[in-house]
Design a protein around this ligand. Structure first.
Ligand code: GTP
Ligand code: MG
Length: 442
């Protein structure tokens, strides 16, 4: 989402760094380019104006101008002010002193409320909570069905009633149900409208009075650009929002909404949605997004993600196998599967410093296809071949190719990748998935 902006900013900073001592004019020139880059990324003009004014003032201080590394100082200032624009620190979910805590999700039609309700419930479940989902969008049977299906998939209870009952009544009954289930969180999915109107606001206000939620979260679609910012401002003037959730951050919008919405609305961004799958959801960290935009790579998010997915025991065992040189295609296969669990590789690669360029070269879905192909090739081998790939000769290769529906060359390619990974691991950089995984891209 932020590639173009990120590229432009790195160019500006490279220009500054090559200069050594900086004059006021150098700084103004650089800031003019930063301003343009932000406006082109669809960042709200008020945000851009404030931001550049703050950076300029701090950059022109005697301390920065006289320092030996003024460009680095300015990059640091830009990073800090970007973090400020995005809300400073992380804004966590507030829970109630008397469980269940209630979070109510509101937003326009199609912004991702129902999906996000399920994602949030799963996130809470993973952190040891017992969530109950509530279908308060009771006008369309399909809406209830959608939430019920998601709940079933995630093994999270969903409370719903027949269409026609008012949202307010459903919520009242849901609270009783939550107590019965000893739920610690109640996540309420409400109906969306095409536009903000009186009827919608009145219904939300009624639900709010009934539930006394500790969180009223506005779900906004980051793909809608500046409109998202307007929606947030309007909602906030009518209901007391406690947080924002930006969805579809995986899209190819220019990112302006994400960069403007906090500053313009004054409401903190608490989570972001980064895909259609239920686990494509993360707490929002201003500092991580800032360093990603500035091309420093979102290492922390990445590390967290890998830690969550990679089984430590398994990694240790792999390390041992590598040391004893018994790493075979079966191990390779289970590594491929772990990589698949981490999620789309493009998403992962984007987070690594210096690698976003590489992500651009991976066509969508291509890497998943390659993983699938590799998996089916290995599955068509006999256990003996997997353990000792050197026995794979021409006739075995043809048999495996037939079995997995690929060309014999594909098998050579896979074996090369395997050998490459084996070599990498022997060089002592094995054991940790992300590095081995880079072999897949060569
Ligand atoms: N790519 C992507 N798609 C998303 C994300 N969040 C939601 N979607 C998709 O957006 C579409 C609408 O999502 P819903 O959750 O049904 O939206 P809603 O706000 O409940 O819609 P209404 O109930 O009709 O107002 C679905 O196709 C979702 O899969 C996201 O973070 N990334
Ligand atoms: Mg919905």
């Amino acid at each position: 989402m932020f590639e173009i902006l990120s590229d432009k900013l790195s160019k500006v900073f490279r220009g500054l760094s090559s200069k050594g001592r900086l004059s006021e004019k150098d700084i103004d020139d650089a800031l003019r380019q930063v301003r343009l880059a932000l406006l082109e990324a669809d960042v709200n003009f008020r945000v851009v104006k404030d931001f550049t004014a703050r950076v300029r003032e701090r950059s022109l201080s005697a301390e920065v101008m006289r320092s030996l590394t003024p460009a680095q100082q300015i990059i640091k200032i830009v990073n800090e002010e970007l973090i400020n624009t995005l809300g400073g620190g992380q804004s966590r979910l507030e829970s109630s002193a008397h469980p269940p805590s209630v979070a109510m999700l509101v937003g326009l039609h199609g912004c991702g409320k129902t999906t996000t309700a399920a994602k949030l419930a799963l996130h809470l479940k993973h952190s040891g909570q017992r969530p109950l989902l509530v279908a308060a969008d009771n006008r369309r049977p399909a809406a209830i069905e959608q939430l019920a299906t998601l709940g079933e998939q995630l093994d999270i209870p969903v409370y719903s009633e027949a269409p026609g009952i008012t949202s307010k009544d459903i919520c009242a009954h849901a609270l009783t149900k939550a107590k019965d289930l000893a739920a610690t969180w109640v996540i309420v999915d409400t109906a969306g409208r095409l536009h903000i109107d009186e009827a919608m606001m009145e219904e939300l206000a009624q639900v709010e009075r009934e539930l006394k939620p500790c969180e009223v979260l506005l779900v906004v679609d980051a793909m809608t650009g500046q409109d998202a910012v307007l929606v947030a401002e309007e909602f906030h003037s009518k209901v007391s929002l406690t947080g924002l959730i930006l969805t579809k951050m995986d899209g190819d919008a220019r990112g302006g909404a994400a960069l403007s919405i906090r500053w313009v609305s004054g409401v903190p961004i608490k989570f972001i949605g980064i895909g259609e799958k239920v686990d494509a959801f993360e707490p929002f960290y201003p500092d991580r997004l800032a360093s990603r935009i500035l091309g420093m790579g979102d290492m922390l998010t990445f590390i967290e993600k890998v830690e969550k997915t990679v089984d430590e025991q398994r990694a240790k065992e792999l390390e041992r196998k590598v040391r004893t040189a018994s790493f075979d295609l079966d191990d390779f296969l289970s590594q491929l599967r772990e990589i698949k669990k981490i999620g789309p590789l493009t998403q992962l690669v984007e987070m690594l410093p210096g690698l976003p360029q590489l992500a651009g070269r991976l066509p969508d879905g291509m890497e998943e296809k390659r993983l699938k192909k590799a998996e089916s090739i290995i599955l068509s081998m006999t256990p003996e071949e997997r353990h000792n790939p050197s026995i794979i000769d021409g006739s075995r290769r043809r048999r495996i190719a037939r079995g997995s529906g690929v060309k014999p060359q594909d098998i050579n390619q896979l074996l090369n990748q395997f050998h490459q990974m084996q070599r990498l691991m022997k060089m002592g950089i094995g054991g940790k998935l992300p590095k081995n995984l880079m072999g897949m891209f060569r």
